[in-house]
Design a protein around this ligand. Structure first.
Ligand SMILES: *Cc1c(COP(=O)(O)O)cnc(C)c1O
Length: 395
């Protein structure tokens, strides 16, 4: 049996997205910047996809910019706000401790260039408090950037409230909504968002394609210079098959959002209930304020990496957290941000589900994980120290 439970890292292409990708690749090969018929046909298809995506987000088509994915959209949003701010002497940015590295590393680079960055706490439940964002905003703040849902622990942030605070204080607000779009309702107008990043491969679309939404009046800076594509803000001939496929995947995800969320949350809740029975384990992040599919647990006394390898041998594909940090020995910055000590953060397991998962998948996970945890603990000198009382249990 093979159980794919790593949908926060990437999702399988849906049939609808696959068909759109292949059909468009076959039919539409013109360059939308060309003035001849083949080019203009491509342009029509491109703009149709833009309109579809805009409508699904509550945006205007002129506010949608196609990028190579979530990382590029995050980079461009943040760099744009920083450049706009610097022109007016505003060089302070507010974000949070548990953002995706596409945000945090961009902020690191800006900090080296003389910007000051305040990273607000996310507390033990993995939820930012809007009043703490408000308190961090200063007269020289040029951007607030807070993610919609965290990619490692799945907690949902009070985006609408944070957006309202930013509107009131007249500070641009960027939201990395890569883990939210297609999974929970996101509407840039209702949610008071000025800039938003999304990525197709997190909702059964293709990899290497995403969107930066920028509200009318927000001046974007180019990260990629060249031709005048995307209203002059993102050079490079558009990847029309991927864009059309992304629009199809988003349309499908939004059309079935409620039923999918219900189904996935049922599976997630079974996982939480089952894994909580393992002694000295803990669910990371708020129990209620979470996306339907993501579960993150820590098991004391084991290494997450060993657990992952043994799960893989048993046909379960999971993650210790972010795919971007796997391979590095540092514990997850997200788990440290919610206050876990290093030795606990090392023993983490992220299971992220999609509507393609089944009750049988959950049965298999619940029949497999406890035995592996016991096996690894029995081999662990750390566990022996905990059990003999030489060291106190932390969970
Ligand atoms: C996956 C992810 C990204 C990066 O998106 P890519 O399209 O892979 O570049 C950014 N932010 C979050 C929260 C993500 O989960």
């Amino acid at each position: 049996m093979l159980v794919y439970a790593d949908n926060a890292a990437t999702t399988a292409l849906s049939d609808v997205a696959k068909k759109a990708l292949f059909d468009t690749t076959e039919r539409v090969w013109g360059n939308p910047s060309s003035l001849h018929t083949v080019g203009q046909e491509a342009k029509t298809v491109l703009e149709g996809a833009r309109e579809k995506i805009a409508a699904l987000l509550g945006a205007d088509p002129k506010e949608i910019y196609f990028t190579s994915g979530g990382s590029e959209a995050d980079n461009q949003a943040i760099v744009s706000a920083a450049r706009n701010g610097a022109k007016r002497g505003k060089k302070h940015i507010v974000s949070t401790k548990f953002e995706h590295h596409a945000v945090l590393h961009t902020l690191d680079r800006l900090a080296k260039d003389g910007f000051e960055v305040t990273l607000v706490d996310v507390h033990e439940n993995g939820v930012v408090r809007p009043e703490e964002i408000a308190a961090a905003i200063r007269p020289d703040t040029c951007l607030v950037s807070v993610m919609y849902a965290n990619n490692e622990i799945g907690t949902i942030q009070p985006i609408r409230e944070i957006g309202a605070i930013c509107r009131e204080k007249k500070v641009p607000f960027h939201c990395d909504a890569v883990q939210a779009v297609g999974h929970i309702p996101v509407n840039v107008t209702d949610d008071n968002i000025d800039m938003l990043s999304l990525s197709a491969h997190k909702f059964h679309g293709p990899k290497g394609i995403g969107v930066l939404y920028a509200k009318r009046g927000i001046l974007l800076s180019n990260i990629i210079d060249g031709g005048a594509q995307e209203r002059g803000k993102r050079a490079g001939t558009e990847n029309i098959p991927s864009i059309v496929s992304m629009a199809a995947a988003l349309e499908e995800s939004c059309a079935h959002m409620e039923e999918n969320a219900k189904k996935i949350a049922h599976l997630r809740d079974r996982l939480i209930e089952g894994l909580s029975k393992i002694p000295h384990s803990r669910l990371n992040g708020d129990r209620e304020k979470r996306v339907p599919g993501t579960v993150n647990f820590c098991f004391e006394g084991i290494e997450g990496e060993s657990l992952l390898l043994m799960l893989d041998m048993n046909g379960i594909e999971a993650s210790s957290g972010s795919a971007c940090t796997s391979g590095s020995l540092d514990p997850s910055h997200v788990l440290l941000a919610i206050g876990l000590p290093h030795e606990i953060a090392h023993g983490s397991l992220r299971l992220s589900l999609s509507e393609y998962n089944t009750d049988e998948d959950v049965d298999h996970i619940l029949a497999t994980v406890p035995g592996i945890v016991t096996y690894l603990r029995n081999m662990s000198p750390v566990w022996e120290n905990l059990e003999t009382g030489k060291q106190p249990h932390l969970i």
